[in-house]
Each structure stands twice: as structure tokens, then as C-alpha cells.
Ligand binder design. Structure first.
Ligand SMILES: [Zn+2]
Length: 374
């Protein structure tokens, strides 16, 4: 008995068609198709063959999405009348967003994918990616993956639909799937294009490095540290963080860091403050303890220590004590928050793209089980 002509075709986000022709003289009781996206469990589909032994099975990828940008294994199994099982070889395909035509550039450990623009745009992205990696490694000194894939979308809603994020994540602009070494960012046409690349790419690359350093245990690290280092690595600081922080200090509405260990507030403006605080506090730690301090902290979290425990094992102070020191600096020397080395016209540009900046907000609660990261 043989499984011949095995093949797969798909319309990303809609349907995946699996085909084979089963060549046998025996009666078949049932046939199963197994599908396993990388990092996920096996899905089992019951399929049927026609009188010619042909199986053409349409998997509804809209109702039950496959994992975006994952290598996906699949194979068939037939049960004979005597209950013996015959399994096909394993096959696989790369489930890439094929709603768009991608231009590609592969160089220096990066694969850059973009739409509708010429090669010079790809080169610009590559330059930003290389610079981003260098900066991000100051905060997360890990080896990059063998190949880091970056997909540049033209708008945020394409990223959201690519990742099946649903409507409640309408503010997401960028996304990282750390174990797949894949980053999606959205860069609309316009004067802020380069700035958006320089903000989103380093942020998402940092999430990839966090996974490179801590493996799946990166999820044990506090949210404020993961998002703090990612925001810190952004090539241009977000001037809105400063404004939001100053207002929170004035109104005494800062969020306790302990409350930012496992998740960020679901409400958009509080989540934005959570990012601002995380960035500022992580910057404070970096200034006081350097990259070796941040690295030691990440190692302790990687080893399973809790949010407070990991912190006080790394530094002489507890999280609350260090938070107090940080707040003192915020209150007394708000000047430390003044964004340096940013030319005024960048500030103006940044204010123009303020809404886009809000779009990077993401809460851990909303991450799916695959450890996707915004
Ligand atoms: Zn992030």
C-alpha cells in the first residue's frame, strides 16, 4: 500500500488543500490526516478517499488557523480492515503569508521580505536590522539565530490578520515569534517610514534575542523586563513615554512594578504607561548595573526564580527598594527623562506618528499559547 502524489496548496488564512492518492487492494476502514505546525501539538483530521483512492481534503484555516510562518509537518494514516495501521512518510511545508508577493534579500544572517518596493528599500531594511541587532545585543547579549526573518507589511491591519489577532488587537503594529526567529512589522508609506523601521525592528529583534538567551523560559521573565529591554533597544526613544511618565508622576498614578510582572493592564492608556515605566525602569537598571546586571537578572529568571525573588537575588536591593530609588530619580530629577540626541525634527515626526506608537501596546494576557510576542 502506498500514498502517492502527496501535495499541499494553500490560500493563507483561508484554506489548505491536502492531497494524496492511496494505492491499495485492501479495504480501508478509515483515513486520517495529521497536521503539526512547529511548536504545536498534532491536529487530527478524518478524511475520505474516492473510488480512485484520491484524497482531496480542504482544511478550514479561517476557522482553525495554522500557525503563521511555521514549518508544518503533515502525514496520512490508513486503518485497514484488520485494524492494522499504515502511515505515510512525513511531509512538510512552510506556511508563509501568500496573500502578498514578497521581495526577498538574504544577507548576513537576515532574510528581509517586503512588498511593492524596489531593492533599495530592502537594503534600507537590512541596514536598520543590522544596526538594531547590534544595539539590542547591548541589552540582551545573546547569539542571534542562524537566520532572522523580517517581514515588512504596509499596514498594521495586515499584520493583525496575518497573525489572526482579531479585532481586540487593532493597535498591534509589530510582532515577534521568537522560536521561529520571525518578526513582522508594519511600516506605512510616508515621512515616518524610516522612523517606524527604526522603532519596530529593534524592539522585535530584542524579543528574538530574549528567546535566544533564555529559551522557552523567557516567558518566566517579568513583563516589565521583556518589554523594558525591547523598548530600550529602539533606535529612537519614544518621546511620548516621557510625557506619559511625567503626567503619572504628577498625578501619582504610576503602576506598581510588581503589578507588571505577569501582565500589562488591558486598557490601552494604562498599557502605554506600563511600557513607559518598563522602559524607564529598565533604563535605570542599565545605568546602575550595566548590561552584566541585566544579563544576571535574566539568567535568574531563566532559572525559574519569581519576579521578586529573581530581582533580590541579582541586586542587593529588593524590587520595591529599587523601584523607590527609581521613583526618587523620576520625581526629583525629571531631567533624566529628557530625550537626548534627538534632533528636533525627529521629535516633530514622532509626534505626528503618535497614534502609530500607541499601536505597539500589547498585553501579555493576549499573547497566545505559542509565545508570540509584540
Ligand atoms: Zn514587545
Amino acid at each position: 500500500m502506498q500514498f502517492n502524489d502527496v501535495s499541499v496548496f494553500y490560500d493563507y488564512g483561508k484554506e489548505v488543500i491536502f492531497q494524496t492518492t492511496i494505492q491499495t487492494d485492501e479495504e480501508l476502514k478509515e483515513i486520517f490526516l495529521f497536521i503539526q505546525p512547529k511548536g504545536q501539538s498534532v491536529r487530527t483530521e478524518s478524511v475520505i478517499a474516492n473510488e480512485n483512492g484520491e484524497v482531496i481534503y480542504t482544511y478550514d484555516a479561517a476557522a482553525t488557523p495554522l500557525r503563521p510562518f511555521a514549518m508544518t509537518d503533515y502525514w496520512f494514516q490508513a486503518t485497514l480492515d484488520d485494524d492494522s495501521l499504515i502511515e505515510s512518510d512525513k511531509f512538510s511545508f512552510f506556511y508563509e503569508d501568500n496573500r502578498f508577493d514578497w521581495n526577498r534579500l538574504e544577507e548576513n544572517g537576515f532574510q528581509i521580505n517586503w512588498q511593492n518596493k524596489d531593492a533599495s528599500f530592502g537594503q534600507t531594511v537590512l541596514d536598520v536590522a543590522e544596526q538594531s541587532l547590534e544595539v539590542a545585543r547591548n541589552y540582551v547579549p545573546a547569539e542571534p539565530p542562524i537566520q532572522l526573518k523580517i517581514y515588512i507589511y504596509e499596514n498594521a491591519s495586515d499584520v493583525q490578520t496575518a497573525m489572526n489577532l482579531g479585532q481586540y488587537k487593532s493597535w498591534v503594529a509589530g510582532h515577534a515569534s521568537p522560536d521561529l526567529a520571525t518578526v513582522l512589522v508594519s511600516v506605512p508609506e510616508g515621512p515616518s517610514q524610516k522612523l517606524e523601521l527604526e522603532r519596530q525592528i529593534p524592539h522585535e529583534i530584542t524579543h528574538i534575542l530574549q528567546y535566544q538567551m533564555m529559551g522557552a523560559n523567557y516567558r518566566n521573565a517579568p513583563m516589565w523586563l521583556l518589554e523594558g529591554t525591547a523598548s530600550l533597544a529602539e533606535l529612537y526613544p519614544n518621546p511620548d513615554y516621557q510625557r506619559v511618565l511625567e503626567r503619572a508622576v504628577e498625578e501619582e498614578s504610576l503602576i506598581k512594578l510588581e503589578d507588571l510582572c505577569t501582565s500589562f493592564p488591558p486598557e490601552a492608556s494604562r498599557a502605554f504607561l506600563a511600557y513607559a515605566q518598563s522602559e524607564s525602569f529598565t533604563r535605570f537598571l542599565y545605568a546602575n548595573y550595566g548590561s552584566s546586571g541585566l544579563e544576571a537578572l535574566m539568567k535568574n529568571y531563566e532559572n525559574g526564580l519569581g519576579c521578586n525573588e529573581g530581582f533580590s537575588s541579582t541586586f542587593k536591593n529588593s524590587l520595591t527598594q529599587e523601584e523607590y530609588r527609581w521613583q526618587q530619580q523620576l520625581g526629583i530629577h525629571t531631567g533624566m527623562l529628557v530625550v537626548e540626541n534627538v534632533a528636533p525634527y525627529f521629535m516633530v515626526l514622532a509626534l505626528v506618528v503618535m497614534p502609530a506608537m500607541l499601536s505597539s501596546i500589547k498585553t501579555k494576557k493576549q499573547q497566545n499559547a505559542d509565545g508570540e510576542h509584540g
